[in-house]
Design a protein around this ligand. Structure first.
Ligand code: G6P
Length: 606
């Protein structure tokens, strides 16, 4: 994915670029680098590893410059090496380029450039951009013309930016399918993959659309269409987040902070009940078939929603992992494709929605990042308002999405007269109690979960089991464990266990079972059967349940008892336990919690 930041205008932009790419590290953190304009010469510094270490090691803050760009990388083409680290310069060192995305036709272009004598030093698709700029500049003697020519021959996806010693007080940038925005200050201009790149300096942003490029200098900026070259007048978007909310606020990790923010983010989600969802519900009512989409965590949000719609609104809406959407879905103008996405930039979800649109389907989404590509693409968007989620592992955004989708299901059910107003109000009361219950669980159970996680952190194989709506909770909790602790964890429906996986049960396999409240009689009893099956084979079971202490003593190897809650919110409370268990296992194993290896928060490539 990679993060891009850039600034032009301040006396010294080194600090700004440092903060910019540090705030974007959630997009990738394999290696990083900067290109700074210094007395009409481009100076490059880059290294493998994270941003803070890089700045310290290379004294980058001491390097003075008024114009520069920076990059933090998540490797796609080419290994994590110094040679493959951005920025890349042209052979005569008059252009320095950073890029996020994939240039799909880079091979033929590279072969051609090589024939013409250009020397390559990396395995990346990006390096061709610097050489193309140099080549086209030689023929036109005009940086903008060279830029347009290059943009017109490259294929694939990109957010890219460059500086040039031919026009030293400018930044050039362009976007196609990877996010990029401008920050507009009085005597300084910024670029960034998202607001976090410049949020400390300006709240005024211009969001580039696909097929646009921009040129920025200290006092001015212009946005143009790549094909027509006409100027595009863009609205200024006011950023509502502030930098304080993106800081750790005393927590050791963003993940823990974000887990603890959930009572607040759920309250914010519930505010949408009064105002924000009627248009969306109409979309559901008007459509003959509905598909729920997401990928990674948001696929499990979509799966959860599948159960909620079935349970509350008596509707079956299939959930599909966005990356499989093309292979499965037959959509047309009678369809609604509704997705969840924290970032609003995920390539798989974005391209599924584009495909749906191209077939005439209606589209909708619940998204956390305002102004993001998905938020702008769909017919109707719900902005969930969960605030910045910095940890690569999604917690608060996912839980809020589940609450919002529950509200949508309730409203749909009411509209279809599947439930009465009285039932609706009972559900709403249950949801409104949720923030306080989660707060209590966080305060009173964290210590115990911490001890439990420490005790079992050496377990290398976990089975996460749940039946019915507890199945997506099991899947999502298992994903947390894999992502943050690098421990194998497999989510499975409780009833599926006996059809094969039971053969695995021995001393090395640890099971976590998400047990429904006993009031959910059928589901509860079915879940008990699967626990018995494991115990009969002397398997370990950690039961997360709502029954009284001591009642199930012989059943569980360990138990975590939760307060009595309505069955509507019981799975959501258990998800918080799944999040905490993964978090404390990861800290016990000394993992890089906020930036787990090989992952990135916003995957904007295929
Ligand atoms: C990446 C992240 C996951 C995330 C998924 C979907 O794979 O590592 O944590 O769940 O993208 O992201 P989205 O922003 O669309 O919710």
């Amino acid at each position: 994915m990679c993060g891009i930041s850039g600034a032009v205008g301040l006396k010294n932009i080194s600090q700004v670029l440092f903060e910019g790419i540090r705030n974007l590290e959630y997009r990738g953190y394999d290696s990083c680098g900067v290109a700074l304009m210094n007395k009409k010469r481009i100076v490059i510094k880059k290294d493998i590893g994270g941003v803070e270490e890089f700045y310290r090691k290379h004294n980058v803050l001491q390097m003075e410059s008024k114009t520069g760009i920076a990059h933090t990388r998540w490797a796609t083409h080419g290994k994590v090496t110094l040679e493959n680290t951005h920025p890349f310069t042209s052979n005569e060192k008059n252009f320095a380029v950073v890029h996020n995305g994939i240039i799909s036709n880079y091979r033929p272009l590279r072969d051609q450039l090589k024939k013409e004598g250009y020397k390559f030093f990396s395995e990346t698709d990006t390096e061709i951009l610097a050489h193309l700029l140099e080549k086209f500049y030689k023929s036109s003697r005009n940086v903008e013309k060279a830029f347009i020519k290059m943009l017109n021959i490259i294929e694939g996806t990109f957010a890219l930016a460059f500086i040039s010693s031919h026009l030293p007080d400018h930044i050039f940038c362009a976007k196609r399918e990877s996010p990029l925005m401008l920050g507009i200050g009085d005597e300084v201009k910024f670029i960034g993959s998202d607001f976090n790149a410049f949020i400390d300096h300006t709240k005024n942003a211009v969001i580039l659309d696909d097929g646009e490029y921009a040129i920025l200098s200290r006092d001015a900026y212009v946005v143009k269409n790549i094909l027509s070259k006409d100027e595009v007048i863009k609205p200024i978007t006011k950023i509502e987040w502030d930098s304080e909310t993106t800081k750790k606020g005393g927590y050791p990790h963003y993940m823990l902070k974000e887990i603890y923010e959930q009572p607040q983010t759920i309250s914010t989600a519930l505010d949408l009940e009064a105002s924000g969802l009627d248009d969306i519900v109409d979309l559901f009512v008007e459509s003959e078939n509905v598909y729920l989409l997401g990928v990674g965590t948001t696929f499990y949000v979509a799966k959860y929603a599948k159960y909620i719609f079935s349970k509350i609104a008596k509707e079956f809406f299939p959930s599909i992992s966005s990356d499989e959407f093309l292979a499965l879905a037959n959509v047309d103008k009678r369809s609604l494709v509704f997705s969840a996405s924290q970032s609003g930039e995920t390539y798989d979800t974005l391209s599924a929605l584009k495909h749906a649109k191209s077939k005439g389907a209606r589209t909708g989404a619940v998204v956390n990042v305002m102004g993001s590509s998905i938020a702008r693409l769909v017919d109707k968007v719900v902005l969930q308002g969960s605030g910045p989620e910095i940890c690569v592992i999604s917690t608060k955004a996912a839980l809020s999405q589940m609450v919002i989708l529950t509200l949508i299901a309730m409203k749909l059910a009411l509209k279809k007269k599947v439930i009465t107003r009285k039932v609706y109000n009972t559900h709403l009361r249950a949801l409104r109690e949720l923030p306080e219950i989660i707060e209590g669980v966080l305060n009173e159970r964290s210590g115990f979960i911490h001890r439990l996680a420490n005790k079992y952190s050496s377990s290398r194989n976990w089975l996460y089991l749940g039946r019915g709506i507890y199945y997506p909770i099991a899947l999502e909790s298992a994903l947390k464990m894999k992502e943050v602790a690098y421990v194998h964890a497999e989510g499975m429906p409780g009833g599926f266990l006996k059809h094969g996986t039971l053969a695995m049960i021995d001393d090395d396999i640890f099971s976590i079972v998400f047990v429904p409240p006993p009031e959910d009689k059928a589901l509860y009893e079915a879940t008990m059967h699967c626990i018995e099956e494991i115990r009969a084979r002397s398997g370990f079971v950690l039961g997360i349940h709502f029954t009284q202490q001591g009642k199930n003593q012989d059943l569980y190897s360990e138990e975590l008892i939760l307060p009595k809650v309505p069955s509507l919110t019981a799975p959501l409370i258990q998800l918080v336990i799944g999040q905490l268990f993964a978090y404390f296992t990861a800290t016990s194993l000394k993992r890089n919690v906020d930036k787990p290896r090989s992952l990135a928060k916003s995957v904007t490539v295929a």
